[in-house]
Design a protein around this ligand. Sequence first.
Ligand SMILES: [Zn+2]
Ligand SMILES: [Zn+2]
Length: 371
Amino acid sequence: MEKGPLAMKIRAIGVRKGKKEPEIFLIEKPQVTKPNQACIKMLDAGICGTDIDIIENSLVDSPPGEDKLILGHEAIGKIVETGEQTRFRKGDHVALIPRHGCGICAPCKSRRSDFCETGQYTAAGQHKLHGYFSEFFVEEDEYIVKVPEGIVNVAVLAEPFSIVEKALQQVMNAQKRIPTHEFRKTKAVVFGMGSVGMSAIALLRNQGIETHVLGRRDNTDAKARLATEFGAKYVDIRNKNVNILKEEIGKVDLVIEATGATQMVIDLIELMKRNAIYVFLGIPKGSEELCFNIKGMVHKIVRENLIIMGSVNSQKEHFEVALKHIEEIHAKKPDAIEKIITNIYHLDEYKLAFSKSREETIKKIIRFKED
Ligand SMILES: [Zn+2]
Ligand SMILES: [Zn+2]
């Protein structure tokens, strides 16, 4: 099937400019044209809030000269064709790194486009590059990472895990400003149980970190139970203010926010110990004005050496460590990590897959047929 004529068409899910619904497009099968490229047969591709946002708000940032964008920026596949200069072999399982550097700024030139200074980077499935909801994909060697063979069924989680790995790398670097720091003694709070929140819970618990998870659901809810399965302590924050949380949990060294802004997001600063770090990973939608005591907050930030930071995207080193940690977690808790993938759809079910049902899902994926 793969040895068809050059004009062979494949199926891909995308959105047309000005439209607010996904479509299946028949596109030319991509070809390896450079020695550093490989062709990947897609296996699993994750659906993320960003995809839904692009669709619902028609934020179609197509490649130049085109009127559609193939979506998808979280995926794994199998190498089916290689140029002479790739490190990969046919049959290798690999994950893909969506962001490509601008080629202008220093971070991008040193392969850290996650810190791109110009904002002129491109990103598969998001900005000016087609994405991974496509039966085949051709990519350059430097944006491909090998997946360990034992974890192919969950490796599509590499992208959300890599986001948390980058954040934790920065947290560890920041903690080193305190000479006596010990990361393993960190006490953490994670707010949110979407794929990024759950990745944070799994990764922190994998390192033995005391982790408290905040959510607005019953203890018996599937997400709350999964957090507990990873060894975190779940706290239902409905009807609780930050003072109650302070009594219940105590103060913490690390807050990871993975929901998007609400009043509680601001209030959680109160939960920070001296020298603590607060990382924002959730991207809020829309706008909302909140009232808070800014003088009191700045007072606390300064007097207590607090760090409040945002973090976005990730690069190869984060994917590599994410896959290593996924392998460790999978060895210890295979059922738990598999439960992060809550919904598996085939390409034909794309309408259902992209419909709104965020509440009870963690990670929805498109699983391409293996032949
Ligand atoms: Zn995403
Ligand atoms: Zn750049």
